[in-house]
Design a protein around this ligand. Structure first.
Ligand SMILES: Cc1cc2nc3c(=O)[nH]c(=O)nc-3n(C[C@H](O)[C@H](O)[C@H](O)COP(=O)(O)OP(=O)(O)OC[C@H]3O[C@@H](n4cnc5c(N)ncnc54)[C@H](O)[C@@H]3O)c2cc1C
Length: 523
């Protein structure tokens, strides 16, 4: 089998290594080297119930994952993830990941974000860096053996889809200004979250949602877009929000705001002595509701903190083997919506990146593959290349349109509409505001002052933004990370996943029901 993997973070590399181990041929594509992906930023650890776990079990891990996701996920898939997690850790260990160890050489474990049990295995404060380093080395070994071919410096342009089957993908090379088709038996999309759509988040700016937005326009279904996790305590550094680890609160740091001359320890006042240790989304929401700037303090210092977008539970809809609704197209890692439901336990996202990558590689290996039909896409590739050439030829043109201003507007609309505390009217207003940008972007305006990629990414990003806002409008309840001021409680009728579909130039949102019956909104 020939497998094309887009994205070389932990999910993409897990898929690549597993596929190479299965003796499949891998092409791994990314604009940057693995060392620059968001995966490197992961700090706290990765979840699995290991031998040293105290008062824990795989059943508990699965139950906590299902509960934190507000029971939106399929139980079988979550149990499978938690059962396989210890084996995935051994796989990483054998690959050379340096986990912190006890004196008897067993792995150290701690409790992280939203968990009462110690099931997070860690590597000091740099779990992501450790895993990426070991995986990069492993990929290199397979490159030398000719099993993995890396193509760095290429940006995804579109998937090569015909009759609901995927045959490969088209990439843009900013050096040669050329579109490059890559054909394969299967494509695994491992392109991370949608951070850039919201401006300043804790994650990588490289993950802009373009790939997800473009695939959506090409008929790929998305799911649970309204569920976005905010990290409660972050500080601004340049264009990013940097997290202040939750563990400082278990070491005695306290949250407060100032009311004239005195400090209000709002979490302790509302939830008692354990108030500062409450779950991620609850603390984030309480901070958002405070009347003034919130600070985190210990005996020596006091730091102003703000919640910021951290993790996307929503993304590309996949089945238990990570296949999308398009044959031959798979999605893994943070790009896929799976396992986390309405909220994600700290440490689970890295485990799902590894698990989903390996699962998809197996599914591809056992699948049928697609017959190569390169000639089918020749007219399409030529047509799209003409569009790229047109942008290039406009380099002297000085019009009024600014892609940078449009992106800023998009980010402002999205962060306002999809704030921690949401409201139906604000969400509707955000959709109207986004519609005016979409009308402009539909005419394919060109800004010669920015790169070709920065021009062509905006329309799919805006469509993805609209689908997200519509999903949040349609979920008329509060559940997990989605909090609606106008519908503050959870409703049994919404114990379903939202699905977004793009058909006949319209976005449709519906809620997944066992019967397959669909209702919902179309715009
Ligand atoms: C600060 C921080 C700390 C975290 N700490 C933890 C933790 O301790 N434990 C935990 O479990 N989780 C943690 N997470 C979450 C976790 O790191 C991510 O969910 C996980 O690393 C995602 O991996 P991924 O491979 O799916 O995506 P990424 O690592 O984001 O990789 C995405 C890939 O897609 C590529 N790509 C993007 N756009 C394009 C494009 N247009 N064309 C082609 N390729 C593209 C990128 O180059 C990259 O290769 C943390 C996240 C952050 C931000």
């Amino acid at each position: 089998m020939k497998v094309l993997i887009i994205g070389n973070g932990i999910a993409g590399m897990s898929a690549a290594i597993e596929a190479a181990e299965l003796d499949d041929e891998v092409i791994l594509v990314s604009p940057v080297q693995s060392e620059r992906t968001q995966s490197v930023m992961a700090a706290e650890g990765i979840n699995a119930v290991v031998d040293t776990a105290e008062e824990d079990s795989v059943v508990w891990h699965a139950n906590h994952t299902l509960e934190s996701g507000c029971f939106l996920e399929k139980e079988e898939d979550v149990r499978n993830l938690c059962e396989k997690a210890p084996e995935h850790l051994k796989w990483l260990d054998e690959m050379g990941v340096l986990f912190d160890r006890n004196e008897d050489d067993t792995w150290k474990v701690k409790a992280s974000g939203g968990q009462s049990r110690k099931r997070t295995v860690y590597s000091g404060n740099s779990i992501g860096k450790q895993i990426v380093t070991a995986m990069t080395q492993k990929c290199l070994e397979y490159e030398i053996k000719g099993k993995i071919e890396k193509k760095i410096g290429l940006y995804f342009y579109s998937a090569l889809i015909q009759d609901e089957k995927c045959y490969g993908a088209l990439f843009y090379n900013p050096e040669s200004k050329m579109l490059i088709p890559v054909y394969a038996d299967a494509v695994i999309c491992a392109t991370g979250g949608m951070n850039k759509l919201y401006g300043k988040t804790t994650g990588s700016e490289l993950n802009d949602g373009y790939v997800t937005g473009k695939l959506f326009l090409q008929g790929v279904q998305l799911r649970n877009l309204e569920f976005i996790q905010y990290y409660p305590t972050t500080v601004q550094r340049g264009n990013k929000r940097v997290i202040i680890s939750e563990s400082v609160r278990s070491e005695g740091w306290r949250l407060y705001y100032k009311n004239r001359s005195h400090s209000v320890y709002f979490m302790e006042e509302k939830y008692g002595t354990e108030g500062n240790l409450m779950s991620r989304d609850l603390v984030a929401r309480e901070i958002a509701m405070c009347p003034g700037q919130v600070y985190l303090e210990n005996a020596k210092e006091s730091i102003p903190v703000t919640p910021a977008i951290h993790f996307f539970m929503g993304g590309i809809k996949v089945d238990g083997m990570h296949q999308t609704n398009i044959a031959g197209l798979y999605a893994v890692g943070e790009a896929a919506s799976k396992y986390h439901g309405a909220n994600c336990l700290g440490g689970n996202s890295l485990m799902t990146a590894v698990h989903s990558g390996r699962t998809a590689a197996h599914a591809v290996h056992e699948g049928q593959g697609q017959p190569m039909c390169e000639e089918l896409f020749v007219p399409y590739v030529e047509h799209e290349q003409e569009k790229i050439d047109r942008i290039e030829q406009m380099s002297e043109y000085r019009g009024k349109y600014s892609a940078t201003a449009t992106l800023r507007k998009l980010m402002k609309i999205m962060s306002y509409g999809m704030d921690l505390i949401r409201d139906g009217e604000v969400l509707q207003d955000s959709i109207y505001a986004l519609d005016s940008s979409l009308n402009e972007l539909r005419t394919f305006p060109i800004d010669p002052m920015v790169s070709v990629y920065e021009n062509y990414r905006l329309y799919p990003m805006a469509v993805l933004g609209k689908a997200t806002l519509m999903s949040a409008v349609e979920r008329r309840e509060s559940r997990g990370a989605h909090f609606r001021k106008d519908f503050p409680s959870e409703k049994a009728e919404f114990m379903k996943c939202s699905v977004a579909e793009f058909k006949d130039e319209k976005i449709r949102i519906y809620f997944e029901q066992e019967s397959g019956e669909k209702g919902g909104a179309v715009r």
